[in-house]
Every structure is written in structure tokens, then in C-alpha cells.
Design a protein around this ligand. Structure first.
Ligand SMILES: O=C(O)CCC(=O)C(=O)O
Length: 269
């Protein structure tokens, strides 16, 4: 990321990174998502969340964290920092560079996840920030990379952001925010349309959300949310999975996870 891109990030709260994965890699990633959703590839302990049955955000079962049978309506799949294909994002020069410039040499992953807008009954994700005061962590996550796997546009519920809102700091305890909130007055909503493989990087204070998917095809995004390697979970005192620096997830661990088909224990357990 050169200084021009960094300046855009500081000014708008986000910056476009361009295409991160090749078409060939994208095909493999999409196949992996399908295999995970359909249970053709299983990892014990991997986080899954289903979309709500009626398309309402309020009825999503947030307590369900596991695979409950084949479905293309999973809304979230996490722990992908341990998956051999998805972990490759951390080898990308641009990701390493942004992490070092914005965080440092020791970097952990709060989550690496598929964010799917289901082809059927998808919910509206209300505007929010990803710095919630309710998250039991010693340091807040810094930024998120949001990458489209199969194209994102207004029709299928692309990411929408409020340009510049990151400069307001933590609003309303750092999570859900009414878009009529007085603090956001005069700020513009931008719809982040992306082609397959293209990504943006955004500050976790940036107010963002997404509308319903009005198409008959899933809108698939892969997102990684990163933070300082020193951060710990305040209840368990555990550190988040390291991706750069001492103790980072390496090829050996990835192969072990693949062989055992088991995700290591979570930071919050
Ligand atoms: O993909 C979406 O619809 C929203 C993504 C989001 O909120 C996030 O990555 O933090």
C-alpha cells in the first residue's frame, strides 16, 4: 500500500485494494465454501451460523455456532485462518504490507470468515461498527479486509459504508447504529460494488452494513479482521490466533489441522 492509498484509508475510512486472488484461486475458494456448507469437508469445532428462516436480522440464532447439516444458507463460517486455501490470503504482499503499516510486525486474527448473503430470505445487516464495547478483549480490532468471491453489487447486498464515519470514534457502544444518528448527519452512504476477487480494507470504526440480496444466487464475501498480536481475551486470557510474528500459524499447523480435521480451541472458550 503506497502513501496515496494510505491517505485514502485515513480520509474515507476505507480503501480499495484491487483484485487479491487470481481466477483460478477464486474457483478453488468458492468450491471450498460450497464443500464446507454442504458438509463435504468437515472440521470439528468450526463456527457456522445459519441465516434466519424468515429473513429478519432479529431472528438469526446467534447461539448456534456449529454445522447443523448441509445448507447453502449458512450466513457465517469462521476459523478460516486455519484452512489451507483461505490462509493463503496472509501470504499476499498487500495484506502483509497493510498489516505491518497499520498494526506492526505482530498481528493476530480476530476472525477470518465467510460472510454470505443468502440467495433466499437474507437479512438486512444494520449499520454498525466493529469495535463493540461488549467484546471481551484487551485491545480493539484495527481493520477488516472484505473481499468479494463472486461479485458484489447493490442488487445482491454489497457492503455499504458511511464515508468518513471512522473519524467519529466509538458511537453507541461500538456496535449497532441508527443511520439517523445525529453524529452521522451530512455524511454519505457509499455502496461498495466489487468484482470477484476485489477487496477493500476498512477501519473497524467505519460504520457499515448491507441490504438484502435480491438475486437468486448467494453473495459470498471472505473477510479477515486483524488486530495487535498482544490482544488477549479478557475472560480466558488467551491470545488470538497469530498470523504474523512469533508463534504465527504456519504450514505445519495448517497441515495438522487438515489431517486431524479439527480447529484448535477458540480464544473465548
Ligand atoms: O458482508 C456483509 O454483509 C457485512 C460484513 C461485515 O459487517 C463485516 O465484515 O464486518
Amino acid at each position: 500500500m503506497n502513501n496515496k492509498l494510505l491517505n485514502q484509508y485515513y480520509k474515507n475510512g476505507y480503501v480499495r485494494l484491487g483484485k487479491i486472488f487470481t481466477n483460478n484461486q477464486l474457483e478453488k475458494l468458492k468450491k471450498r465454501v460450497k464443500d464446507l456448507m454442504l458438509g463435504k469437508i468437515r472440521y470439528e469445532n468450526m463456527f457456522f451460523q445459519l441465516e434466519s428462516h424468515d429473513g429478519k436480522y432479529s431472528t438469526i440464532n446467534k447461539n448456534l455456532e456449529t454445522f447443523v447439516g448441509p445448507s447453502l444458507r449458512y450466513r457465517k463460517i469462521k476459523d478460516l485462518e486455519y484452512d489451507d486455501l483461505f490462509n493463503k490470503i496472509f501470504q499476499k504482499k498487500i495484506v502483509k504490507f497493510c498489516s505491518e503499516r497499520l498494526i506492526g510486525k505482530n498481528v493476530s486474527c480476530m476472525r477470518a470468515m465467510i460472510f454470505n448473503k443468502s440467495y433466499k430470505n437474507s437479512s438486512i445487516l444494520p449499520f454498525h461498527q466493529d469495535v463493540s464495547n461488549d467484546w471481551n478483549m484487551s485491545l480493539k480490532p484495527k481493520f477488516t479486509i472484505w473481499m468479494s468471491l463472486n461479485g458484489a453489487n447493490k442488487n445482491n447486498g454489497c457492503l455499504k459504508v458511511i464515508n468518513g464515519s471512522h473519524r467519529l470514534g466509538v458511537i453507541n457502544k461500538g456496535h449497532l447504529i441508527d443511520e439517523k444518528n445525529i453524529k452521522l448527519k451530512g455524511m454519505n452512504i457509499e455502496y461498495i460494488e466489487l468484482k470477484s476477487g476485489e477487496a477493500i480494507l476498512f477501519d473497524n470504526h467505519l460504520v457499515h452494513g448491507s441490504d438484502k440480496n435480491k438475486t437468486r444466487k448467494n453473495r459470498l464475501a471472505f473477510t479477515v479482521c486483524l488486530l495487535d498480536g498482544k490482544a488477549i481475551h479478557l475472560k480466558t486470557k488467551k491470545k488470538y490466533p497469530k498470523i504474523y510474528g512469533k508463534g504465527a500459524i504456519d504450514k505445519k499447523l495448517i497441515s495438522k489441522v487438515k489431517k486431524l480435521k479439527k480447529i484448535p480451541n477458540k480464544v473465548y472458550h
